[in-house]
Design a protein around this ligand. Sequence first.
Ligand code: HEM
Length: 437
Amino acid sequence: MIPTLPTTRHELGLLYRARPAMAGLLLAGAAAQRRPGTGSPVRRVPGIGWVTADPVVARTVLRDHRSFTILGEGGVGNLWAQILGDWVLDLFDGAGHHDLRSRTRELFTETVSRDLVSAAWDDRVAAAADELRSGGTLDVAHLSRVLVGRMVISLLGIPRPDGYGGSWPDDEGALRIFETGERLASVALGTAGSTILTPAQVATAQGIVAELNAGIPDGWRNAPPDTLLGRCRELGLGLTETSGLASLLMVAGTETAASAMGRITALLVDTGEQHRMLAALRGCAGAAVPVPASGPAGGDDRTPRLLNPGEADPVENVVREGLRVTSPASVIGRGVAADVEVGGARLRAGERIMLLVWSANAAAGPFRADRPYLRESRQLWFGAGRHLCLGAALARAEIGALLRMLWEEDRPLRIVRRRAARGVLIPAWSELIVSRT
Ligand code: HEM
Protein backbone atom coordinates (compact mmCIF):
# COMPACT_ATOMS: atom_id res chain seq x y z
CA MET A 1 0.00 0.00 0.00
CA ILE A 2 1.33 3.46 -0.86
CA PRO A 3 1.17 5.50 2.33
CA THR A 4 -0.89 8.67 1.90
CA LEU A 5 0.85 11.93 2.69
CA PRO A 6 -0.30 13.75 5.82
CA THR A 7 -0.64 17.07 3.96
CA THR A 8 -0.14 18.65 0.52
CA ARG A 9 3.07 18.21 -1.47
CA HIS A 10 3.50 22.00 -1.42
CA GLU A 11 3.36 22.03 2.40
CA LEU A 12 5.88 19.20 2.57
CA GLY A 13 8.18 21.04 0.17
CA LEU A 14 7.87 24.12 2.34
CA LEU A 15 8.84 22.22 5.49
CA TYR A 16 11.78 20.70 3.66
CA ARG A 17 13.05 24.05 2.40
CA ALA A 18 12.82 25.50 5.89
CA ARG A 19 14.90 22.78 7.58
CA PRO A 20 15.34 19.40 5.90
CA ALA A 21 16.30 17.54 9.09
CA MET A 22 13.35 18.95 10.98
CA ALA A 23 11.01 18.08 8.09
CA GLY A 24 12.23 14.49 8.27
CA LEU A 25 11.61 14.35 12.01
CA LEU A 26 8.12 15.84 11.65
CA LEU A 27 7.16 13.44 8.86
CA ALA A 28 8.49 10.44 10.78
CA GLY A 29 6.48 11.64 13.78
CA ALA A 30 3.28 11.95 11.74
CA ALA A 31 3.82 8.49 10.22
CA ALA A 32 4.39 6.92 13.65
CA GLN A 33 1.33 8.67 14.99
CA ARG A 34 -0.82 7.31 12.17
CA ARG A 35 0.33 3.76 12.94
CA PRO A 36 -0.67 3.50 16.58
CA GLY A 37 0.41 0.51 18.59
CA THR A 38 3.90 0.41 17.09
CA GLY A 39 5.90 1.01 20.24
CA SER A 40 6.08 3.76 22.82
CA PRO A 41 4.72 7.16 21.75
CA VAL A 42 7.80 8.71 23.42
CA ARG A 43 11.11 7.84 21.76
CA ARG A 44 14.72 8.84 22.19
CA VAL A 45 16.39 10.37 19.13
CA PRO A 46 20.19 10.65 19.18
CA GLY A 47 21.37 14.27 19.36
CA ILE A 48 17.90 15.58 20.17
CA GLY A 49 16.62 13.74 23.22
CA TRP A 50 13.10 12.55 23.80
CA VAL A 51 10.49 13.22 21.12
CA THR A 52 6.79 12.55 20.85
CA ALA A 53 4.10 13.14 18.22
CA ASP A 54 1.26 11.97 20.42
CA PRO A 55 -1.22 14.78 21.14
CA VAL A 56 -2.31 13.30 24.45
CA VAL A 57 1.27 12.85 25.68
CA ALA A 58 2.16 16.34 24.41
CA ARG A 59 -0.71 17.87 26.36
CA THR A 60 0.24 15.87 29.45
CA VAL A 61 3.79 17.24 29.24
CA LEU A 62 2.60 20.83 28.72
CA ARG A 63 0.26 20.61 31.70
CA ASP A 64 2.68 18.89 34.07
CA HIS A 65 4.46 21.93 35.44
CA ARG A 66 6.14 19.98 38.22
CA SER A 67 8.02 17.53 35.99
CA PHE A 68 8.64 19.75 32.95
CA THR A 69 9.92 23.28 32.66
CA ILE A 70 10.14 25.94 29.96
CA LEU A 71 13.19 27.31 31.78
CA GLY A 72 15.58 24.39 31.69
CA GLU A 73 17.83 23.46 28.81
CA GLY A 74 15.44 22.76 25.92
CA GLY A 75 12.83 25.43 26.74
CA VAL A 76 12.55 28.97 25.34
CA GLY A 77 12.72 30.51 28.83
CA ASN A 78 16.30 29.32 28.95
CA LEU A 79 17.04 31.33 25.82
CA TRP A 80 15.36 34.45 27.13
CA ALA A 81 17.13 34.41 30.47
CA GLN A 82 20.45 34.54 28.64
CA ILE A 83 19.29 37.49 26.55
CA LEU A 84 17.24 39.57 28.98
CA GLY A 85 18.68 38.51 32.34
CA ASP A 86 17.70 36.21 35.19
CA TRP A 87 14.70 38.32 36.17
CA VAL A 88 12.98 36.68 33.20
CA LEU A 89 12.99 33.33 34.97
CA ASP A 90 10.35 34.41 37.44
CA LEU A 91 8.33 36.13 34.72
CA PHE A 92 8.44 33.02 32.58
CA ASP A 93 7.55 30.25 34.95
CA GLY A 94 7.49 31.32 38.57
CA ALA A 95 5.01 33.29 40.66
CA GLY A 96 5.72 36.24 38.35
CA HIS A 97 4.41 34.26 35.38
CA HIS A 98 1.18 33.43 37.15
CA ASP A 99 0.75 37.08 38.07
CA LEU A 100 1.56 38.25 34.54
CA ARG A 101 -0.91 35.82 32.95
CA SER A 102 -3.64 36.82 35.41
CA ARG A 103 -3.13 40.49 34.66
CA THR A 104 -2.87 40.04 30.92
CA ARG A 105 -5.97 37.84 30.53
CA GLU A 106 -7.88 40.79 29.08
CA LEU A 107 -5.08 41.92 26.76
CA PHE A 108 -6.17 39.91 23.71
CA THR A 109 -9.83 38.99 24.08
CA GLU A 110 -11.80 38.26 20.89
CA THR A 111 -13.25 41.78 20.81
CA VAL A 112 -10.01 43.57 21.66
CA SER A 113 -8.21 41.48 19.03
CA ARG A 114 -10.69 42.36 16.29
CA ASP A 115 -10.36 46.04 17.19
CA LEU A 116 -6.56 45.85 17.19
CA VAL A 117 -6.59 44.25 13.73
CA SER A 118 -9.01 46.79 12.41
CA ALA A 119 -7.05 49.78 13.78
CA ALA A 120 -3.67 48.55 12.53
CA TRP A 121 -4.74 47.04 9.21
CA ASP A 122 -7.97 48.38 7.72
CA ASP A 123 -6.49 50.88 5.26
CA ARG A 124 -3.72 48.50 4.11
CA VAL A 125 -6.13 45.57 3.72
CA ALA A 126 -8.51 47.78 1.72
CA ALA A 127 -5.65 48.77 -0.62
CA ALA A 128 -4.82 45.09 -1.19
CA ALA A 129 -8.49 44.32 -1.84
CA ASP A 130 -8.55 47.04 -4.51
CA GLU A 131 -5.56 45.49 -6.26
CA LEU A 132 -7.25 42.11 -6.48
CA ARG A 133 -10.62 43.54 -7.45
CA SER A 134 -9.10 45.45 -10.34
CA GLY A 135 -7.73 42.18 -11.75
CA GLY A 136 -4.19 42.57 -10.46
CA THR A 137 -2.03 40.05 -8.62
CA LEU A 138 -1.17 40.10 -4.94
CA ASP A 139 1.84 38.66 -3.11
CA VAL A 140 0.11 37.27 -0.03
CA ALA A 141 3.42 36.35 1.65
CA HIS A 142 4.73 39.89 1.31
CA LEU A 143 1.40 41.36 2.41
CA SER A 144 1.36 39.11 5.48
CA ARG A 145 4.80 40.32 6.55
CA VAL A 146 3.76 43.94 6.03
CA LEU A 147 0.55 43.48 8.01
CA VAL A 148 2.26 41.68 10.88
CA GLY A 149 4.97 44.37 10.93
CA ARG A 150 2.23 47.00 11.18
CA MET A 151 0.66 45.08 14.06
CA VAL A 152 3.95 45.05 15.98
CA ILE A 153 4.45 48.78 15.37
CA SER A 154 0.97 49.44 16.62
CA LEU A 155 1.21 47.10 19.65
CA LEU A 156 4.61 48.30 20.81
CA GLY A 157 4.05 51.93 19.89
CA ILE A 158 7.21 51.93 17.77
CA PRO A 159 7.79 55.55 16.74
CA ARG A 160 8.91 56.70 13.31
CA PRO A 161 12.69 56.28 13.27
CA ASP A 162 14.66 59.54 13.25
CA GLY A 163 15.21 60.83 9.74
CA TYR A 164 12.74 58.33 8.26
CA GLY A 165 11.03 59.74 5.15
CA GLY A 166 7.51 58.81 4.06
CA SER A 167 4.42 58.11 6.10
CA TRP A 168 4.65 55.87 9.15
CA PRO A 169 4.21 52.99 9.02
CA ASP A 170 4.60 52.51 5.27
CA ASP A 171 5.28 49.06 3.78
CA GLU A 172 9.02 49.50 3.95
CA GLY A 173 8.95 50.50 7.62
CA ALA A 174 6.60 47.64 8.50
CA LEU A 175 8.84 45.14 6.68
CA ARG A 176 11.87 46.48 8.48
CA ILE A 177 10.20 45.80 11.84
CA PHE A 178 9.09 42.35 10.73
CA GLU A 179 12.62 41.50 9.71
CA THR A 180 13.98 42.74 13.02
CA GLY A 181 11.67 40.29 14.77
CA GLU A 182 12.83 37.58 12.39
CA ARG A 183 16.47 38.27 13.26
CA LEU A 184 15.64 37.97 16.95
CA ALA A 185 13.86 34.66 16.40
CA SER A 186 16.69 33.34 14.26
CA VAL A 187 18.96 33.47 17.29
CA ALA A 188 17.01 30.39 18.32
CA LEU A 189 17.62 28.64 14.98
CA GLY A 190 20.65 26.72 16.06
CA THR A 191 19.11 25.59 19.31
CA ALA A 192 17.53 22.28 18.26
CA GLY A 193 20.43 20.49 19.96
CA SER A 194 21.04 22.93 22.80
CA THR A 195 19.51 26.17 24.09
CA ILE A 196 22.84 27.53 25.36
CA LEU A 197 23.74 30.64 23.32
CA THR A 198 27.22 31.84 22.47
CA PRO A 199 28.28 35.29 23.78
CA ALA A 200 28.03 36.61 20.20
CA GLN A 201 24.44 35.36 19.87
CA VAL A 202 23.55 36.96 23.21
CA ALA A 203 25.05 40.30 22.14
CA THR A 204 23.18 40.24 18.82
CA ALA A 205 19.88 39.45 20.48
CA GLN A 206 20.37 42.14 23.14
CA GLY A 207 21.03 44.75 20.44
CA ILE A 208 17.84 43.80 18.63
CA VAL A 209 15.75 43.92 21.79
CA ALA A 210 17.10 47.38 22.63
CA GLU A 211 16.19 48.58 19.12
CA LEU A 212 12.67 47.17 19.26
CA ASN A 213 11.95 48.33 22.77
CA ALA A 214 13.10 51.91 22.20
CA GLY A 215 9.53 53.27 22.16
CA ILE A 216 8.30 51.35 25.18
CA PRO A 217 9.25 53.63 28.12
CA ASP A 218 7.46 56.56 26.51
CA GLY A 219 4.47 54.46 25.42
CA TRP A 220 4.17 52.82 28.83
CA ARG A 221 4.11 56.25 30.52
CA ASN A 222 1.97 58.19 28.07
CA ALA A 223 0.05 55.95 25.67
CA PRO A 224 -3.76 56.09 25.98
CA PRO A 225 -5.48 53.15 27.73
CA ASP A 226 -6.91 51.79 24.48
CA THR A 227 -3.39 50.90 23.27
CA LEU A 228 -1.53 47.80 24.38
CA LEU A 229 1.14 49.73 26.27
CA GLY A 230 -1.47 51.94 27.91
CA ARG A 231 -3.42 48.85 28.94
CA CYS A 232 -0.29 47.25 30.39
CA ARG A 233 0.20 50.32 32.56
CA GLU A 234 -3.46 50.34 33.67
CA LEU A 235 -3.26 46.62 34.48
CA GLY A 236 -0.46 47.42 36.90
CA LEU A 237 2.44 45.98 34.89
CA GLY A 238 5.73 47.75 35.61
CA LEU A 239 8.04 49.02 32.87
CA THR A 240 10.34 45.98 33.16
CA GLU A 241 7.47 43.53 32.89
CA THR A 242 5.96 45.45 29.99
CA SER A 243 9.29 45.45 28.14
CA GLY A 244 9.74 41.71 28.74
CA LEU A 245 6.22 41.03 27.55
CA ALA A 246 6.83 43.15 24.46
CA SER A 247 9.89 41.08 23.49
CA LEU A 248 7.87 37.96 23.98
CA LEU A 249 5.02 39.19 21.77
CA MET A 250 7.49 40.17 19.14
CA VAL A 251 9.15 36.78 18.94
CA ALA A 252 6.09 34.65 19.52
CA GLY A 253 3.69 36.54 17.30
CA THR A 254 5.43 37.71 14.14
CA GLU A 255 6.75 34.84 12.04
CA THR A 256 4.14 32.41 13.37
CA ALA A 257 1.26 34.64 12.29
CA ALA A 258 2.74 35.53 8.89
CA SER A 259 3.54 31.87 8.24
CA ALA A 260 -0.03 30.84 9.00
CA MET A 261 -1.51 33.57 6.79
CA GLY A 262 0.38 32.55 3.66
CA ARG A 263 0.18 28.81 4.24
CA ILE A 264 -3.56 28.69 4.95
CA THR A 265 -4.17 30.76 1.80
CA ALA A 266 -2.13 28.30 -0.27
CA LEU A 267 -3.79 25.28 1.37
CA LEU A 268 -7.26 26.56 0.49
CA VAL A 269 -6.23 26.85 -3.16
CA ASP A 270 -4.07 23.69 -3.42
CA THR A 271 -6.66 21.39 -1.87
CA GLY A 272 -9.61 22.94 -3.73
CA GLU A 273 -11.20 23.53 -0.33
CA GLN A 274 -11.65 27.19 -1.26
CA HIS A 275 -14.74 26.07 -3.19
CA ARG A 276 -16.21 24.43 -0.10
CA MET A 277 -15.51 27.56 1.96
CA LEU A 278 -17.08 29.82 -0.69
CA ALA A 279 -20.18 27.59 -0.81
CA ALA A 280 -20.48 27.73 2.97
CA LEU A 281 -20.07 31.51 2.92
CA ARG A 282 -22.78 31.75 0.26
CA GLY A 283 -24.93 29.65 2.55
CA CYS A 284 -24.82 32.22 5.33
CA ALA A 285 -24.66 35.40 3.22
CA GLY A 286 -27.25 37.89 4.33
CA ALA A 287 -27.86 35.88 7.48
CA ALA A 288 -31.47 37.00 7.39
CA VAL A 289 -33.68 33.93 7.14
CA PRO A 290 -32.99 31.15 9.59
CA VAL A 291 -33.09 27.60 8.23
CA PRO A 292 -33.78 24.49 10.31
CA ALA A 293 -30.90 23.12 12.37
CA SER A 294 -30.90 20.01 10.19
CA GLY A 295 -30.27 22.06 7.02
CA PRO A 296 -27.13 21.54 4.95
CA ALA A 297 -23.96 23.16 6.30
CA GLY A 298 -23.28 24.78 2.95
CA GLY A 299 -23.90 23.46 -0.54
CA ASP A 300 -25.03 25.58 -3.42
CA ASP A 301 -28.27 26.61 -1.80
CA ARG A 302 -28.24 30.39 -1.92
CA THR A 303 -31.01 30.81 0.67
CA PRO A 304 -29.72 33.29 3.21
CA ARG A 305 -29.64 31.69 6.62
CA LEU A 306 -28.37 32.30 10.13
CA LEU A 307 -25.59 30.24 11.60
CA ASN A 308 -27.08 27.58 13.82
CA PRO A 309 -26.13 27.70 17.49
CA GLY A 310 -22.73 26.09 17.91
CA GLU A 311 -22.08 26.13 14.17
CA ALA A 312 -18.82 27.79 13.27
CA ASP A 313 -18.53 30.74 10.95
CA PRO A 314 -17.04 29.25 7.73
CA VAL A 315 -13.95 31.47 7.83
CA GLU A 316 -13.34 30.88 11.52
CA ASN A 317 -13.63 27.16 10.90
CA VAL A 318 -11.03 27.43 8.13
CA VAL A 319 -8.75 29.43 10.43
CA ARG A 320 -8.87 26.70 13.09
CA GLU A 321 -8.47 23.88 10.58
CA GLY A 322 -5.68 25.72 8.76
CA LEU A 323 -3.83 26.25 12.04
CA ARG A 324 -4.17 22.55 12.81
CA VAL A 325 -2.70 21.47 9.48
CA THR A 326 0.07 24.09 9.34
CA SER A 327 0.94 24.32 13.07
CA PRO A 328 3.51 27.10 12.47
CA ALA A 329 5.18 26.51 15.84
CA SER A 330 5.97 22.99 14.62
CA VAL A 331 7.81 21.94 17.75
CA ILE A 332 7.60 22.87 21.44
CA GLY A 333 10.54 22.08 23.71
CA ARG A 334 10.62 21.41 27.44
CA GLY A 335 13.31 20.52 29.92
CA VAL A 336 12.70 17.61 32.31
CA ALA A 337 12.70 19.09 35.83
CA ALA A 338 12.14 15.87 37.78
CA ASP A 339 12.29 12.15 36.96
CA VAL A 340 8.96 11.19 35.44
CA GLU A 341 7.26 8.43 33.49
CA VAL A 342 5.26 9.52 30.49
CA GLY A 343 3.85 7.49 27.60
CA GLY A 344 5.63 4.43 28.98
CA ALA A 345 9.10 6.07 28.89
CA ARG A 346 11.19 6.98 31.94
CA LEU A 347 12.59 10.52 31.60
CA ARG A 348 15.31 11.79 33.93
CA ALA A 349 15.79 15.28 35.36
CA GLY A 350 18.09 17.35 33.13
CA GLU A 351 16.99 15.67 29.88
CA ARG A 352 14.83 17.39 27.30
CA ILE A 353 11.77 16.52 25.27
CA MET A 354 10.55 17.84 21.94
CA LEU A 355 6.84 17.80 21.28
CA LEU A 356 6.26 17.39 17.53
CA VAL A 357 3.13 19.48 17.49
CA TRP A 358 2.90 19.62 13.69
CA SER A 359 3.00 15.82 13.48
CA ALA A 360 0.45 15.36 16.25
CA ASN A 361 -1.99 17.76 14.60
CA ALA A 362 -1.42 16.77 10.96
CA ALA A 363 -1.88 13.05 11.67
CA ALA A 364 -5.59 13.65 12.39
CA GLY A 365 -6.35 13.97 8.65
CA PRO A 366 -6.04 16.19 5.59
CA PHE A 367 -7.20 19.81 5.41
CA ARG A 368 -10.99 20.12 5.17
CA ALA A 369 -12.55 23.58 5.24
CA ASP A 370 -15.57 22.27 7.15
CA ARG A 371 -13.84 19.80 9.47
CA PRO A 372 -15.42 20.12 12.89
CA TYR A 373 -13.47 20.81 16.06
CA LEU A 374 -11.29 17.82 17.00
CA ARG A 375 -11.36 17.06 20.68
CA GLU A 376 -8.04 15.25 20.59
CA SER A 377 -6.13 18.13 19.00
CA ARG A 378 -8.09 20.89 20.80
CA GLN A 379 -5.80 23.81 20.01
CA LEU A 380 -2.43 22.16 20.42
CA TRP A 381 -1.04 24.50 17.72
CA PHE A 382 -1.22 27.17 20.44
CA GLY A 383 0.33 24.90 23.07
CA ALA A 384 -1.47 23.98 26.31
CA GLY A 385 -1.24 24.51 30.05
CA ARG A 386 0.03 27.68 31.63
CA HIS A 387 2.04 28.82 28.58
CA LEU A 388 -0.88 28.47 26.15
CA CYS A 389 -0.43 31.17 23.50
CA LEU A 390 -1.34 34.56 24.92
CA GLY A 391 -2.01 35.98 21.45
CA ALA A 392 -4.25 33.15 20.16
CA ALA A 393 -7.31 35.35 19.64
CA LEU A 394 -5.20 38.02 17.96
CA ALA A 395 -3.60 35.46 15.63
CA ARG A 396 -7.03 34.08 14.68
CA ALA A 397 -8.38 37.59 14.06
CA GLU A 398 -5.38 38.39 11.86
CA ILE A 399 -5.73 35.27 9.71
CA GLY A 400 -9.51 35.70 9.48
CA ALA A 401 -9.18 39.31 8.30
CA LEU A 402 -6.80 38.30 5.52
CA LEU A 403 -8.95 35.37 4.32
CA ARG A 404 -12.13 37.47 4.29
CA MET A 405 -10.43 40.05 2.10
CA LEU A 406 -8.98 37.47 -0.29
CA TRP A 407 -12.30 35.68 -0.83
CA GLU A 408 -14.64 38.69 -0.43
CA GLU A 409 -15.83 38.48 -4.04
CA ASP A 410 -17.08 34.89 -4.01
CA ARG A 411 -14.52 33.98 -6.65
CA PRO A 412 -11.78 31.36 -6.37
CA LEU A 413 -8.12 32.33 -6.28
CA ARG A 414 -5.32 30.94 -8.39
CA ILE A 415 -1.66 30.78 -7.37
CA VAL A 416 0.46 32.41 -10.03
CA ARG A 417 3.88 31.89 -8.48
CA ARG A 418 5.37 30.82 -5.17
CA ARG A 419 8.68 30.35 -3.39
CA ALA A 420 9.35 28.76 -0.02
CA ALA A 421 11.72 30.39 2.50
CA ARG A 422 14.96 28.47 2.90
CA GLY A 423 16.74 27.80 6.20
CA VAL A 424 14.16 29.37 8.55
CA LEU A 425 12.88 28.44 11.98
CA ILE A 426 9.22 28.89 11.07
CA PRO A 427 8.41 27.42 7.63
CA ALA A 428 6.78 30.05 5.41
CA TRP A 429 6.20 31.18 1.84
CA SER A 430 8.60 33.98 1.00
CA GLU A 431 6.54 34.68 -2.12
CA LEU A 432 2.95 33.64 -2.83
CA ILE A 433 1.43 35.49 -5.74
CA VAL A 434 -2.30 35.02 -6.27
CA SER A 435 -4.97 36.38 -8.59
CA ARG A 436 -8.68 35.82 -9.08
CA THR A 437 -9.14 33.42 -11.98
C1 HEM B 1 -0.47 31.51 14.23
C2 HEM B 1 0.17 32.23 15.10
C3 HEM B 1 0.69 31.71 16.41
C4 HEM B 1 1.02 30.45 16.82
C5 HEM B 1 0.94 29.16 16.01
C6 HEM B 1 1.48 30.54 18.19
C7 HEM B 1 1.87 29.45 18.96
C8 HEM B 1 2.29 29.54 20.26
C9 HEM B 1 2.70 28.40 21.07
C10 HEM B 1 2.74 26.95 20.61
C11 HEM B 1 3.02 28.86 22.31
C12 HEM B 1 3.48 28.02 23.52
C13 HEM B 1 4.97 27.89 23.54
C14 HEM B 1 5.45 26.99 24.67
O1 HEM B 1 4.64 26.45 25.44
O2 HEM B 1 6.68 26.79 24.77
C15 HEM B 1 2.84 30.30 22.28
C16 HEM B 1 3.11 31.13 23.35
C17 HEM B 1 2.97 32.51 23.29
N1 HEM B 1 2.44 33.25 22.25
FE1 HEM B 1 1.79 32.53 20.47
N2 HEM B 1 1.42 31.84 18.58
C18 HEM B 1 0.94 32.60 17.54
C19 HEM B 1 0.72 33.95 17.53
C20 HEM B 1 0.93 34.80 18.59
C21 HEM B 1 0.66 36.21 18.59
C22 HEM B 1 0.04 36.99 17.42
C23 HEM B 1 1.04 36.68 19.81
C24 HEM B 1 0.98 38.08 20.38
C25 HEM B 1 1.02 39.18 19.70
C26 HEM B 1 1.54 35.57 20.58
C27 HEM B 1 2.03 35.65 21.87
C28 HEM B 1 2.46 34.57 22.62
C29 HEM B 1 3.04 34.71 23.95
C30 HEM B 1 3.25 35.99 24.73
C31 HEM B 1 3.36 33.41 24.37
C32 HEM B 1 4.02 32.99 25.70
C33 HEM B 1 2.96 32.67 26.70
C34 HEM B 1 3.51 32.18 28.01
O3 HEM B 1 4.65 31.70 28.09
O4 HEM B 1 2.78 32.30 29.01
N3 HEM B 1 1.46 34.43 19.81
N4 HEM B 1 2.39 30.68 21.03
